[in-house]
Ligand binder design. Structure first.
Ligand SMILES: [Zn+2]
Length: 352
């Protein structure tokens, strides 16, 4: 086929693709409202494989939406939770999850081949995808004040370390990933720690102080996912385990993340040893309280700026490396089934 025909067929495919429900904003700023609109469209378009739920509300009363992707199966199915944008400025993480969800669903219905075994994975797993768990923070980072105007004065009074685009906390200046009730709140203290509410670095007065933290803890306590991937955007690395919980997983945690690192080029970090640094994250809470696997996935190369790389670099800096990452995790998880500790084999979930 000559070049002109190739381009013609490429454009034809793209236009068919667009009509059939690819909604994700890959290149521009992907606002909280646009993400929610796209989740509603996906929920409408991809029945019966999806179910959209509000799992709770933020400090500013914005809904925290979670998309379940599932199908009928004769097998026992394991819940998997994919979480994005717990840190406001790291919105590559919500693009990542929206793009994954949309292309996975198009693969399920045979309109795309990014995930050629998508239907097979739905026989074993139910996916729960929460692209934006810190909607107030995301709106602040985008300086998108529509709907949160009445909070603007109080936001302006919060200590700001840098520009709004570097905002990491929730709407009240609490870093959500330093506020989970994993038993380390008293000790948690990092180089960027703040004593007062701030755009980053403030762990809150007490564990699970932030509404969003409570919503996420309540949800995960009920869901009891055997694997959670929480997406962030600094450094192309995997924080897969810590010394307090390492002996709970019979090595499954290091085996699966090791394979993912090999196949994606992301770096597997050493086991985290000091709860002063690593404590109070969502992943720590899940490992300590639920005895289930949880990994913090840092997307995109390290930068010396606070903000992540520009929106239009997402496909090059993130997607090109990690499009298959969630699937590789599941593939490796199934391969290690013999090694699963009892709490994973005998999981229970109160959500269906
Ligand atoms: Zn982060």
């Amino acid at each position: 086929m000559n070049f002109r025909f190739s381009i013609y067929f490429l454009l034809l495919n793209l236009s068919v693709f667009a009509q059939m429900g690819y909604y994700v904003e890959d290149n521009l700023k992907y606002t909280n409202n646009a993400i929610n609109d796209d989740l509603y469209k996906i929920n409408k378009e991809f029945q019966p494989f999806v179910k959209l739920d509000t799992i709770g509300f933020s400090e500013f009363s914005l809904p925290i939406l979670t998309l379940k992707i599932h199908s009928e199966s004769k097998h026992k199915k394991y819940p998997i939770w994919l979480v994005g944008n717990i840190h406001a400025r790291e919105d590559y993480s919500s693009k990542m999850l929206m793009k994954f969800a949309n292309l996975f669903l198009l693969s399920v219905v045979g309109l795309n081949n990014t995930y050629d075994k998508a239907s097979k994975y739905l026989e074993f797993f139910d996916f729960y995808i929460s692209p934006v768990v810190n909607p107030d923070g995301l709106k602040i980072a985008h300086e998108d004040w529509v709907g949160i105007e009445k909070f603007k004065d109080s936001i302006m009074k919060i200590k700001r370390i840098d520009s709004f685009s570097a905002w990491k906390a929730n709407g009240l200046g609490v870093d959500l990933n330093s506020n989970f009730d994993d038993g380390n709140h008293l000790y948690k203290c990092t180089a960027i720690s703040q004593e007062v509410p701030a755009s980053e670095g403030y762990k809150g007065c007490f564990p699970a102080e932030a509404k969003e933290t409570i919503v996420l803890q309540n949800f995960v306590n009920k869901l009891n996912p055997i694997l959670t991937l929480s997406f962030h955007t600094k450094g192309n690395v995997l924080f897969w385990g810590d010394c307090d919980t390492y002996d709970k997983f019979n090595n499954v945690d290091s085996l699966i993340s090791g394979k993912v690192a090999q196949k994606t080029g992301l770096k597997m970090m050493n086991l985290s040893y000091n709860p002063i640094n690593y404590g109070c994250g969502l992943e720590n809470y899940i490992r300590v309280k639920l005895d289930m696997l949880a990994v913090c996935v840092e997307l995109s190369p390290m930068t010396n700026r606070r903000e992540q790389h520009p929106d239009n670099q997402f496909n090059k800096l993130v997607w090109a490396n990690v499009a298959q990452l969630p699937i590789i995790y599941l593939e490796e998880l199934l391969k290690t089934k013999e090694l699963w500790p009892n709490q994973m084999k005998n999981y229970f979930s109160e959500i269906d």
